[in-house]
Write a protein that binds this ligand. Structure first.
Ligand code: 3HC
Ligand code: NAI
Length: 693
């Protein structure tokens, strides 16, 4: 059942009832139509109220149906809205909570609308690369005016219903039970003679429409970047100045063409992928969780401070533990400064800053963290240091406490083995700055208990992170893939490219920052140390030696104002470096390589397909349970362009056959043995399938 039907004193109440958010998929649309038919056929019914059960009036069209025939199968949303609008009996929308997208459009088709003050209203289609496609671009301007409607639709922002009090959007904003109020309103409306008001009948007026729309178009075009939807929204709203039916036709054309853009597919996939990340195949949604009321963080360095802030912000008390008083002082000072800077920008009040700082306790003694429900370790990246910390935690932590490590490269199973409770040990790999970056890789050890995993996933939501589960392997999902990307970037230098060309090409593709600018920021010495360790453990691992040569020149990056680029004091911009370029060219000469002109297309393909190929191996090995998890890691932790949906989604767009072919082609070149098409990628390519099927 997707809609219930009841009659109260001559008023039929149709209640959308399709959890979680009453999405307007085919079944719900049919449910509404059945309710409408019953009400229209029943002479005892004089008026109709439409409302929603649970946490929403309606979250809009069912995003999962997009791209399938069901999306437009009759009764389509347009048919449902048309039926409501044509009804001779008055129809009243009773909105108690979320009314978004198609949900708000459904309400706009009703003759009257009532909402609670706190109801959340939006036409957020633009966030999915779409425009409102069920009359929203035509009826909203008729309800609240051209400019307000355009802003609402182009921004996609959620607003409280009370903001629209006094506009044609709501007949009443109510404080109490909106359904009771709507039934009463409907009964009164039924007593009035004559047709009931339809938004479609109101002309849209604007004294300087042309000038205003010209301004809107140029402003929106300037900020829309690679996305076609914002401008298409303006054009659809502009069509509301025309007769209603013409406007609806323009809206439908715009909607259909956006639906087929790669940008919209990417954004829709990202929306669903973000939510799918919390579903773990063998951990059911009803797995019990452990209560986390107190958190301890070990190590008040770069990561420990940022990690602590996440919990302080979410109202969870944190005890920060350090080895030495001065390190603790430095760490707390950094947290305080961070909050004060946010307050200076007007994003936090002084009271909020004080409240957050008040939740922070500090200590040099493990005795003070005995009652912590969760301990997150963020000490030096050294297995012996981690060993001493986890052995101590095993002695002091209360039974059932979750023991997490923020390690970025070490083996969680080895860390778990330092304790007598490996089931309680898990990786929580935050990204720097930990209070800002949305990504959290949750590393599941071989023995991590399911309730520990479920608790950490739930907690991640509470602190506003997108959490993705990774199995144990070197680099987990994100860093393991980036290594292959960086490796190709290095080979490109050996073969003929320069850092600035590689960075420019991949930044044009949409990455926030190219690999060389990025590593200059992080510090070349850190990856140098990792490479030295690797050379001992895995001597056959080949990579471009230009990074080592750079470090031998002392060019560690921005911190010494010299890396792959030159830097100037007080200026964060990267300037191409003649010395580095010469070093690269000389290195090619030493290797006997005739440098060649490399196209931007090759650069992008080699870097991005390196991610894709490693991603396929990660999937195949079960390190990630689904391709969309890999995409979430890249969108939220590595600056992969959102309009391309993540590496796996991008590969699906290109077609896996073409991706596999390209990898095979590049494998014939320099250091070709670094490339081997991942068996899963080949299998899917041969079957004409995709990662995100
Ligand atoms: N279609 C399908 N599923 C939806 C959905 C939708 N429109 N909106 C939410 N869901 C699902 C989510 O995928 C999630 O599923 P899961 O539990 O199986 O993972 C579940 O509902 C709960 O979602 P959230 O975790 O986001 O729950 P919140 O309570 O935090 O937020 C919400 C609820 C505000 C409704 C939020 O989900 C949201 O913003 N949804 C998208 C709204 C939207 O973009 N609507 C426009 C759709 S396009 C459209 O209407 C086209 C029309 O113009 C023709
Ligand atoms: P850091 O050097 O800034 O901080 C480490 C802190 O731990 C120092 O303040 C030190 O005094 C303290 N410490 C060392 N041994 C300790 C002990 N036995 N007991 C208590 N405190 C101790 O290091 P950073 O960058 O914060 O890294 C911490 C961990 O986070 C490492 O495992 C690292 O791999 C990981 N990580 C780092 C990221 C980064 O970008 N810096 C990103 C993701 C993870």
């Amino acid at each position: 059942m997707t809609a219930t039907y009841q009659v109260h004193d001559g008023v039929a109440v149709i209640t959308l009832d399709h959890p979680p958010v009453n999405g307007l998929g085919h079944a719900t649309r049919t449910g509404i139509m059945n309710g409408m038919s019953r009400a229209l056929d029943d002479a005892a019914v004089e008026a109709i109220v439409i409302t929603g059960a649970g946490k929403a009036f309606s979250g809009g069209a069912d995003i999962r149906e997009f791209g399938t025939p069901k999306a437009f199968q009759e009764p389509s949303l347009a048919t449902v809205i048309d039926t409501i609008e044509r009804s001779a009996k008055p129809v009243v929308a009773a909105i108690h909570s979320v009314a978004m997208g198609g949900g708000l459009e459904l309400a706009l088709g009703c003759h009257y609308r009532l909402a609670t003050r706190q109801a959340k209203i939006a036409l957020p289609e633009v966030n999915l690369g779409l425009l409102p496609g069920a009359g929203g671009t035509q009826r909203l301007p008729r309800a609240i005016g051209l400019e307000a409607a355009l802003n609402t639709i182009v921004s996609g922002k959620t607003m409280l219903a009370e903001k629209f009090a006094g506009t044609g959007l709501f007949n009443e904003i109510v404080a109490d039970d909106v359904v009771v109020a709507a039934v009463k309103f409907a009964r009164t409306a039924a007593e009035r003679a004559g047709p009931h008001p339809k938004l479609r009948d109101i002309p849209v007026q604007h004294a300087h429409a042309e000038a205003y729309l010209g301004f809107a178009r140029s402003t929106v075009a300037a900020s829309a970047g690679p996305y076609p939807a914002p401008l298409a929204c303006v054009n659809a709203v502009a069509a509301s100045l025309r007769p209603f039916d013409e406007g609806i036709e323009a809206e439908r054309d715009g909607f259909m063409s956006l639906m087929n853009t790669p940008e919209s597919r990417a954004l829709r996939q990202a929306f669903l992928g973000e939510r799918a990340a919390s579903r773990i195949p063998d951990v059911p949604a009803d797995t019990p969780t452990r209560a986390i009321a107190k958190v301890a963080v070990i190590g008040a360095g770069t990561m420990g401070g940022g990690i602590a802030m996440n919990f302080l912000n979410a109202g969870v008390p944190v005890t920060l533990l350090e080895m030495k008083a001065d390190a603790l002082e430095r760490g707390v000072g950094a947290i305080r400064r961070n909050y004060e800077n946010t307050a200076k920008k007007g994003k936090l009040t002084q009271d909020e800053v004080d409240a957050r700082i008040a939740r922070l306790a500090t200590t040099l003694s493990y005795d003070d963290i005995r009652d912590a429900d969760l301990v997150i370790e963020a000490v030096f990246e050294d297995l012996e240091v981690k060993k001493s910390v986890f052995q101590r935690l095993d002695e002091v932590a209360k039974p059932g406490a979750i023991l997490a490590s923020n390690t970025s490269t070490l083996d969680i199973d080895a860390i778990a083995s330092f304790t007598k409770r490996p089931r309680d040990v898990i990786g929580m790999h935050f990204f720097s700055p930990a209070n800002v970056m949305k990504l959290l890789e949750v590393v599941r050890g071989a023995q991590t208990a399911k309730d520990v995993l479920a608790t950490v996933m739930q907690l991640a939501k509470k602190i506003g992170k997108v959490a993705v589960v990774s199995g144990v392997c070197d680099g987990f999902i994100g860093n393991r893939m980036i290594e292959q990307y960086s490796r190709q970037a290095g080979f490109l230098l050996d073969e003929g490219a320069l850092p600035q060309q590689v960075d420019r090409a991949i930044e044009r593709f949409g990455f926030a920052m190219g690999p060389f600018r990025m590593i200059d920021m992080a510090g070349n010495d850190i990856s140098w140390a990792i490479r030295k360790r690797r050379a001992v453990e895995q001597p056959e691992f080949n990579y471009s030696k230009t990074g080592d040569l750079l470090c031998e020149m002392g060019r560690f990056g921005q911190k010494v104002q010299a890396g792959w680029y030159d830097y100037k004091p007080g200026d964060r911009r990267a300037y191409p470096s003649a010395v580095v370029d010469e070093m690269i060219v000389q290195h090619s000469r030493d290797l006997g390589i005739a440098r060649r002109k490399i196209s931007d297309e090759e650069i992008v393909e080699r870097l991005v397909f390196a991610l894709v190929n490693e991603g396929a191996l990660i999937l195949q090995e079960g390190i990630a349970s689904k391709a969309s998890d890999i995409d979430m890691v890249y969108l939220h932790g590595y600056g992969f362009p959102k309009f391309r949906g993540g590496p796996m989604q991008y590969a699906d767009e290109i077609g896996l056959y073409a991706v596999a072919q390209a990898i095979r082609r590049y494998a014939r070149g320099y250091q070709g043995h670094a490339w081997q098409v991942a068996p899963l990628l080949q299998r899917l390519a041969d079957a004409g399938a995709s990662f995100n099927d």
